[in-house]
Design a protein. Structure first.
Length: 135
């Protein structure tokens, strides 16, 4: 709620590095990235949410509880599937579309062949929670 996000390097006569100009542009679009980078002005939490820099805005008093809640939601899933999903999403920002789609296909195939996928489907049809073992 009180967080701010920015690229203040321009105020020091410099530009953002470590891929920030590339990643920010891909994430928020050319014009929003230009505004942030060329002005050096930070954006507040609500603007960051609108731009896609944040996934949600949380009251400062509740951030630890919400972080724990999200961590538990994620932890209940297959570690292998989570890894494949993260890799596929990250490739959308790192690769051209054709290569990103190929990476996604590879990850889908790997996930489909995993024991966790078999367990997930069995649990679904048996109406029970899956017992993933990251295999």
């Amino acid at each position: 709620e009180s967080a701010v996000f920015g690229q203040p390097e321009i105020k020091l006569g410099h530009i953002p590095g470590d891929g920030a100009t590339q990643r920010l542009s891909r994430l928020v679009g050319k014009y929003a990235a230009m505004k942030m980078i060329l002005t050096g002005e930070p954006v507040d939490a609500d603007t960051a949410l609108t731009l896609g820099l944040a996934s949600e805005v949380i009251d400062q008093k509740n951030y630890e509880a919400r972080a724990e809640e999200v961590a538990q939601l994620i932890a209940q899933h297959s570690g292998k599937a989570l890894g494949y999903a993260k890799d596929a999403v990250n490739s959308a920002y790192e690769l051209p579309l054709s290569l990103g789609l190929e990476r996604e296909r590879q990850n889908i195939k790997s996930a489909f062949l995993s024991n966790d996928q078999k367990e997930g489907l069995a649990a679904f049809f048996e109406k029970r929670k899956p017992n993933f073992n990251d295999e």
